[in-house]
Design a protein around this ligand. Structure first.
Ligand SMILES: Cc1cc2nc3c(=O)[nH]c(=O)nc-3n(C[C@H](O)[C@H](O)[C@H](O)COP(=O)(O)OP(=O)(O)OC[C@H]3O[C@@H](n4cnc5c(N)ncnc54)[C@H](O)[C@@H]3O)c2cc1C
Length: 483
C-alpha cells in the first residue's frame, strides 16, 4: 500500500509535472486499469482491477526519473506503458492507487544513421511511424509484429517482442544496439550503441524483457537493414499433417537457410485465411525469402529442393500468399470490429504462444489441443500455428475460440481463459518448452514463473529485488503478488 493518500499522490504529481500532464478523469483511469488480457471485461464494460490514482504523461528522462523517485520513496506502484497493445495483463494496475506512467509523448525519432545502420528513437515512437519513415529511405528495422500499427518502441523492447520476419532478422533482442532506461531510485542509465561487447554480462538483457517490472525504458537504438520488397519470394505447400509440417520447417532451418517468414498452420487455424483455396483438412506451410536478389533466390531454391523430399506436400499458388501477406497486421479498426463481434456473439478468440525444441514441439501442440477439447466447455475452435523458427526449435501460437455461456463477464477469465492457459503451460513445461514465446509473462502467466525458470528463478528474483527493493515497479508482473 502507498504511504500517502490518493489525493496527495495526485497533488504531488501535479507539482512534479504540471496539471496538463496528470490525468484523473474517471473513465480514463478505469480504462487504464487493465489490458487485452481482460478482453471480455473490456467488451462488456466491467472493471475488476484497482483503479489507478493517476495517469501521467512524461516527456523526457528527467521527468521519468522524478516520478519514479517519488513513487519509490512513497511505496506507490507504477505501471509503465507506451502503445497499450499488451495482452497478458502487463498493464493491469494490481495494487490500489497506482501511477500509470505513459511514455507515448516521448515520440521523437532522434537519429537515422544510414552509415552505421542504426536508428535512435524515444520510447513512444510508434513502430509504424518509424518503419514508414525508414522504408521511404530504403531501410527497415526488420521488426514487424502483427501489432505494428499499435505498438511503440518502449513496449516492444519491454516485452521482448518479435515480428513476422524474425527467422531472418531475429527478435527485438537481436536488433538492439543500445538504450537508456530509468530505475526506480531515479538513476538514468545509458547503454552505449556498439556492434558487440564482451565487457562482462550483457546488461541490455536486464532492460529488454523487463515488462516494466524493473525499469522504465526511455530511448532505444535499433540496427537497420536494407529494405528490398521487390526481391521477396513466397513459397507455400498444402500438407497433410502437423508432424510432417514441423519436420519440413526443421529441415529448412537445420540446413542453414534464413527465410524471413517461416510458418506452419494447422487445419483449424488455416481455415480462417486459407480455407478458400486449401484442400479440405490440409495444413499449410509458408515461407518468404528476401534480401539481396541472389540470397533470396538461393534461399527459395534451397527450400524447394528440401520439399522435393516430401512428395505428399502440394505447392500452393504464391498469389494467395501475397494476398494474405497484405492483411497481416491489426490496428484500431480491427480491434473495434473484433469487440463488436464479441459483444454480439459472446464468442471470443484468444491466443497463447509457447516454444520448444524440435523434438517436443509436436507433443506440446497435440496434447494441449487434446486436453483443451476434453477439459474446457463451450470450445468452438482450437488450433494454431508456428510462426518463428530457429536452428533448434520453433514456437507454437495456440488460437482458440469459445462461447461464453452462463457466466458473468467478470467470471469469464476464470471459467475459460485461465484454465486454457494452464493446460498449455502444463503441457509445455511437461515436455521441456518455454511457456512464453513473445507476449511476455504479464500477470497472466506470472503464476507459472517458478516452474518456467526452475533453479534459475533465483537469478530473476534477485534481479527484481536488487533493482526494485521497494517493490514499486509493475507489481504482479513477472513475479506474482502472492506466491
Ligand atoms: C492484435 C495484436 C497483435 C500482436 N502481435 C504481436 C506480435 O506479432 N509480436 C509480439 O511480440 N507481440 C504482439 N502483440 C503484443 C503486443 O503488441 C506487444 O507486447 C508489444 O510489444 C507491446 O508494445 P506496446 O507499446 O503496446 O506496450 P504496452 O502495451 O504499453 O506495454 C506492454 C508491457 O511493456 C511495459 N512497458 C511499456 N512501455 C514501457 C517502457 N517505456 N518501459 C518499461 N516498460 C514498458 C508495460 O508495463 C507492459 O508490461 C500483439 C498484440 C495485439 C493486440
Amino acid at each position: 500500500m502507498a504511504d500517502i493518500a490518493r489525493k496527495e499522490i495526485v497533488n504531488r504529481l501535479i507539482g512534479i509535472l504540471g496539471a496538463n500532464a496528470v490525468v484523473t478523469e474517471e473513465y480514463a483511469l478505469k480504462e487504464s486499469s487493465r489490458d487485452r488480457y481482460r478482453k471480455y471485461e473490456q467488451v462488456m464494460g466491467v472493471y475488476t482491477q484497482p483503479i489507478p490514482a493517476a495517469v501521467v504523461y512524461v516527456t523526457n528522462s528527467a521527468e521519468v526519473s522524478k516520478v519514479l523517485a517519488f513513487a519509490n520513496s512513497n511505496h506507490i506502484n507504477v505501471v509503465p506503458r507506451t502503445g497499450q497493445s499488451a495482452i497478458e495483463g502487463g498493464l493491469e494496475t494490481a495494487l490500489p492507487d497506482s501511477i500509470v506512467i505513459d511514455g507515448s509523448r516521448m515520440n521523437k525519432v532522434l537519429k537515422i544513421d544510414p552509415y552505421n545502420m542504426q536508428v535512435t528513437c524515444q520510447c513512444g515512437v510508434p513502430l509504424q511511424k518509424i518503419e514508414d519513415t525508414l522504408r521511404e529511405q530504403g531501410l527497415t528495422t526488420g521488426h514487424s509484429p502483427q501489432s505494428k500499427p499499435l505498438a511503440q518502441i518502449g513496449g516492444l523492447v519491454a516485452t521482448r517482442s518479435i515480428g513476422q520476419f524474425s527467422t531472418l532478422y531475429g527478435g527485438i533482442e537481436d536488433m538492439i544496439a543500445g538504450m537508456e532506461a530509468v530505475f526506480p531510485n531515479g538513476a538514468v542509465c545509458r547503454i552505449k550503441n556498439i556492434p558487440r561487447r564482451a565487457a562482462g554480462p550483457d546488461i541490455r538483457h536486464i532492460v529488454c524483457g523487463n515488462e516494466g517490472a524493473i525499469c522504465f525504458i526511455t530511448e532505444v537504438t535499433l540496427k537497420l537493414f536494407k529494405y528490398r520488397p521487390e526481391h521477396a519470394i513466397f513459397i507455400g505447400y498444402a500438407i497433410d499433417d502437423m508432424k510432417e509440417g514441423f519436420e519440413c520447417l526443421r529441415e529448412v532451418m537445420a540446413e542453414g537457410y534464413k527465410p524471413s517468414i517461416a510458418r506452419l498452420y494447422d487445419e483449424q487455424d488455416a481455415q480462417g485465411s486459407f480455407g478458400h483455396f486449401l484442400p479440405e483438412g490440409a495444413c499449410i506451410l509458408i515461407w518468404m525469402t528476401e534480401g539481396p536478389v541472389g540470397v533470396a533466390q538461393a534461399t527459395d531454391a534451397g527450400i524447394k529442393a528440401i520439399m522435393t523430399k516430401h512428395p505428399r506436400a502440394k505447392p500452393v499458388d504464391s498469389k494467395y500468399l501475397s494476398a494474405w501477406y497484405q492483411h497481416l497486421n491489426w490496428g484500431t479498426e480491427q480491434i473495434a470490429k473484433e469487440r463488436a463481434e464479441i459483444f454480439a456473439t459472446k464468442n471470443i478468440g484468444i491466443t497463447t504462444e509457447v516454444s520448444g525444441c524440435w523434438d517436443c514441439i509436436y507433443d506440446i501442440y497435440k496434447t494441449s489441443c487434446e486436453r483443451i477439447v476434453q477439459e474446457i466447455p463451450d470450445i468452438t475452435m482450437i488450433g494454431g500455428h508456428s510462426s518463428h523458427s530457429y536452428i533448434n526449435g520453433t514456437n507454437m501460437y495456440f488460437v482458440y475460440y469459445y462461447n461464453v455461456v452462463d457466466c458473468a463477464p467478470q467470471e469469464e477469465i476464470n471459467k475459460y481463459h485461465n484454465p486454457i492457459n494452464r493446460i498449455i503451460c502444463e503441457q509445455t513445461l511437461k515436455y521441456g518448452g518455454s511457456i512464453v514465446h513473445h507476449h511476455g509473462l504479464g500477470k497472466a502467466r506470472a503464476r507459472y514463473v517458478r516452474e518456467e525458470y526452475g533453479s534459475s528463478f533465483y537469478m530473476l528474483e534477485t534481479l527484481k529485488k536488487a533493482f526494485d527493493p521497494e517493490s514499486v515497479m509493475n507489481m504482479g508482473t513477472l513475479i506474482p503478488l502472492k506466491q
